[in-house]
Structures are given as structure tokens and as C-alpha cells.
Write a protein that binds this ligand. Structure first.
Ligand code: SF4
Length: 276
């Protein structure tokens, strides 16, 4: 029998995008092949953009702890980061439940394996009438995606499932009904309409449990390197850090999403007995 494994939205997304990438990153723990390839094909401008996104996440986390960036940090900040921060400061959070807790980690059971999630912010009220996961997004989009993109996103499915399954651990054993939970994405690049709210239902929770369970069972069934095939979709390779290893350096794509999660991996190393 395969030992229990720990998964996250990132590792499950990687497996869906390319089983080989999942193997290299989480099983073989292959370091990036060469320094000049560490960006996975990103240019300097794109890397700078992602780093600014990481800094914004740090600033926002500290904001909820009542620590704002110093004048020196602000003066040194690149223009995009300043713009995002200004936008954040102008955003009203009055409609969020009153208790706000940044950087909340949870691990839920999933078919004998573990599913890890780290929420940028968890907002809730005393009675747990509403429990909201908030995620700050600096993603760069060729075109802003519609609601469906956010609803289907692996992060949405994993975070809501983990919150409902394991959330009682945060609230003295009080269970959370799916209908009281939701995830709200705050979009740094859309100041005119910054929020995308994705609610949850019991039916969706059951569906997530089944689909995510099938996915982790499928991964756990694979034992050896040859079980993790390369994706036939070579667009996935264009920004992949392993494209040299896979000899897919000529791959290109036009529908690339500059995902801020690239430089914001889950701190999954903190989960005990980590295998994946
Ligand atoms: S380069 Fe392509 S085939 Fe290789 S791991 Fe990355 S996505 Fe998969």
C-alpha cells in the first residue's frame, strides 16, 4: 500500500498540466536545470513583475498585522507595486466579516491522503454565519477571464474543500456548512471591479471530494518514473522550468497567464511527513 501523501493546489495543478512536471518537481525534487533557465523562460520584466507581486503579498499580510511598509520601502518600490498598494489601500473591506486572520494553514484528509492549503486571509464572524477565504491576485492576463475561470480554478476547488473539511480545527470543533463558506479573489489590476466572489454549496463540496479524491488516487497509483508521462500539450512547456531537461525548448504559447503563484509556492515543507 502506498503511504499517505500530501498534496496542494500547486502539485495537483502541476499533475493536471503535465504528469512529468509533477514527477520532476515533487517526487524527484529535481532542482531547476540551470540558473539562466530558473525563470522557466520568463524574461526579466516578467520576473520583476512576479517579484513585485510577492512583495505586495508580504505588505498586505503585514497590513492585517498593523504593520505598514516603511517610507524607505515605499520610496524604493517600483511603480507597479506602488500602484497595487495604492489600490489596496483604497479598497473597502467593510463587506468582509469582521474577524480577519492572515496566512492561515489547514490540512484536510482526502481518501487517506492529505490536502494542504494556505489562505492569504480568512475573514469570519463570531457566529460563523460567513467564512470567507480572501486571495490577493496580481496575475497578469492577456484578457481578464470570466467567472468560470475562477470557479473552475484548482485553487478554488482545493481551498473550499479544505476549509469545509478541516475548518472545525480553527473554530473549536464547530463544523462549517459549505453554504456559509466562499472564496473572494481581489484583483490588483482591476481597481474598477476588484472582487470575484465564488460561493460554495453542499453539492459542489460532494463533487470536489469525489473529483479531488479521484485525482490523488490516480497520482498515488503511479509508482515509477515511467508512470509520469510528458504532456502532449507543448504549450505547457513554454514556461516550464524543465523544458531543457525535456528537450522542449522550442515550445511557445500565446495564451500565457502570468500567474503570481509561480513565485508564491505553498510552504508545504511545514507539513509533517511530506512525500509529495
Ligand atoms: S517541459 Fe513540458 S513535458 Fe517537460 S515537465 Fe515541463 S511541461 Fe512537462
Amino acid at each position: 500500500m502506498h503511504p499517505a501523501l500530501t498534496f496542494s493546489q500547486h502539485s495537483l495543478s502541476d499533475f493536471q498540466d503535465c504528469p512529468r512536471r509533477f514527477y520532476l518537481r515533487y517526487v524527484a525534487q529535481q532542482v531547476w536545470p540551470a540558473p539562466d533557465e530558473s525563470s522557466g523562460g520568463l524574461g526579466q520584466d516578467e520576473l520583476d513583475y512576479l517579484r513585485q507581486g510577492r512583495t505586495l503579498h508580504r505588505w498586505i499580510e503585514r497590513y492585517w498585522l498593523n504593520i505598514s511598509p516603511s517610507n524607505a520601502q515605499w520610496e524604493r518600490a517600483p511603480s507597479t507595486l506602488r500602484q497595487w498598494w495604492k489600490h489596496f489601500q483604497q479598497t473597502s473591506f467593510d463587506h468582509l466579516p469582521p474577524i480577519r486572520q492572515p496566512e492561515v494553514e489547514l490540512v484536510a484528509d482526502l481518501g487517506g491522503h492529505r490536502l494542504y492549503a494556505r489562505f492569504d486571509l480568512l475573514a469570519y464572524d463570531e457566529a460563523l454565519e460567513s467564512v470567507v477565504i480572501v486571495d490577493w491576485k496580481t496575475m497578469g492576463f492577456p484578457q481578464p477571464p470570466g467567472y468560470d475561470f475562477w470557479h473552475k480554478r484548482m485553487q478554488t476547488r482545493v481551498y473550499l474543500y479544505v476549509l469545509v473539511t478541516a475548518g472545525a480545527a480553527l473554530f473549536a470543533g464547530r463544523a462549517l456548512a459549505p453554504e456559509r463558506c466562499s472564496i473572494w479573489y481581489w484583483l490588483a489590476n482591476q481597481p474598477e471591479a476588484p472582487w470575484v466572489r465564488v460561493p460554495y454549496t453542499q453539492g459542489e463540496y460532494e463533487l470536489d471530494r469525489r473529483r479531488l479524491g479521484e485525482l490523488v488516487a490516480e497520482i498515488a497509483r503511479r509508482k515509477d518514473e515511467q508512470d509520469f508521462e510528458q504532456t502532449p500539450d507543448q504549450r505547457q512547456c513554454a514556461r516550464c522550468v524543465y523544458r531543457l531537461l525535456c528537450q522542449r525548448t522550442s515550445s511557445s504559447t500565446t495564451d500565457w497567464l502570468l500567474d503570481d503563484d509561480l513565485l508564491l509556492p505553498d510552504d508545504i515543507a511545514s507539513v509533517q511527513e511530506l512525500e509529495y
